[in-house]
Design a protein around this ligand. Structure first.
Ligand SMILES: Nc1ncnc2c1ncn2[C@@H]1O[C@H](COP(=O)(O)OP(=O)(O)OP(=O)(O)O)[C@@H](O)[C@H]1O
Ligand SMILES: CC(C)(CO)[C@@H](O)C(=O)NCCC(=O)O
Length: 316
């Protein structure tokens, strides 16, 4: 047994893909045609078998956990004589660049919204809290994009704290992968959701991390349930390069794309360029700042080839 699997078996219940898929059987869950259309719109590459084997049991688990928090509200109501103010349940999704955090987050949002008890599920990515590109350039942090120092952590924590305390009209900047920067003047407004899904590289970071020190509070202080999407590093690099090649043929050719000059790269040049960005930025960030936070997660989804989840680890 490796040190990694020994550590994980001490703190996590370990399910194979098949064992996990069975856990949805106890409550029959069916998807309507409308649900299926919505899910296909999220990412055509995700198979519906994957949705029902992996994400439906996960949405069932989350539904049970959120309900238990709502029951706690009822107990407090009896004790206090009034229902405590609404506090959104916060689920975070962490993991490497290109592991599929956004896709996982959007699938979960769609599935959780189907449960009658908590229809309002909002989704925010921490990408919006990266410093603007100009600031990153001035501070010579462009080659550190995604590292802890490239985020406005104070702003991010204030945002999450305001949502958790039940405030209305809480806003966040919006990031665009095409522009490679936040969109000037554009904001997302969050209004007392039942559940907030917060997705980003840095959501499990805290004061123990060398690169993330110097703050009095962290996002993880406000998170109720955390998910880490995991995959072997060779696959992550491959997925990053594949996405880069896809973008070269689509988004990069847009006039407002930061990577517009990459649109005409040959296959070989694009492969080289993406591999270099991975080896110099995203790979080192994964090893130094993201992977060390994995075992803090309440649940780990371990992916293999084709993005298929092969193992699920649930914190004991
Ligand atoms: N479940 C899945 N099945 C098949 N392909 C997937 C799945 N999830 C993600 N992908 C593909 O993997 C790539 C990365 O996915 P996504 O953009 O969701 O990752 P991310 O972790 O949010 O990345 P980033 O941090 O760079 O924004 C995309 O090309 C996407 O189409
Ligand atoms: C925006 C982040 C940091 C996270 O999603 C990432 O996609 C990124 O831009 N990384 C920097 C290196 C690169 O261009 O991939």
């Amino acid at each position: 047994m490796t040190q990694e699997s020994r550590q994980q078996s001490a703190t996590y219940l370990n399910f194979s893909q098949r064992q996990w898929a069975h856990l949805r059987d106890s409550v029959p869950l069916t998807l309507t045609d409308q649900d299926l259309d919505a899910l296909r719109g999220i990412n055509e590459q995700v198979s519906l078998k994957e949705v029902s084997d992996i994400y439906l049991p996960l949405s069932r688990l989350l539904n049970l956990i959120v309900n238990s928090q709502q029951s706690r509200g009822v107990i407090l109501e009896k004790f206090l004589g009034k229902y405590p103010s609404r506090r959104p349940y916060i689920i975070s999704i962490a993991g490497s660049v290109a592991v599929g955090k956004s896709t996982t987050a959007r699938i979960l949002q769609a599935l959780l919204q189907r449960w009658p008890e908590h229809p309002k599920v909002d989704l925010v990515t921490t990408d919006g809290f990266l410093y603007p590109l100009e600031d990153l350039k001035q501070r010579e942090l462009l080659h550190r994009k995604g590292f802890p120092e490239s985020y406005d952590v104070k702003h991010l924590v204030e945002f999450v704290a305001a949502i958790k305390s039940g405030e209305q009209g809480v806003t966040a900047p919006v990031y665009s992968h095409v522009r490679y920067d936040r969109i000037p003047g554009k904001e997302i407004e969050i209004n007392q959701p039942d559940i907030l899904i917060l997705e980003g590289l840095n959501v499990l970071q805290n004061a123990q991390d060398a690169g993330a020190q110097g703050h009095s509070q962290y996002v993880s202080d406000y998170v109720d349930f955390s998910i880490y999407v995991d995959a072997p590093q060779n696959l992550l690099k491959q997925w990053y390069i594949e996405r880069f090649l896809q973008f070269r043929d689509t988004a990069f050719s847009r006039a407002d794309s930061y990577f517009n000059h990459y649109a005409n790269l040959s296959d070989e040049q694009a492969f080289e360029t993406a591999g270099h960005i991975w080896d110099t930025i995203n790979g080192p960030n994964l090893v130094q700042n993201i992977l060390p936070t994995r075992e803090r997660a309440s649940l780990i989804l371990k992916k293999g080839p084709d993005h298929l989840v092969q193992q699920v680890l649930l914190s004991k």
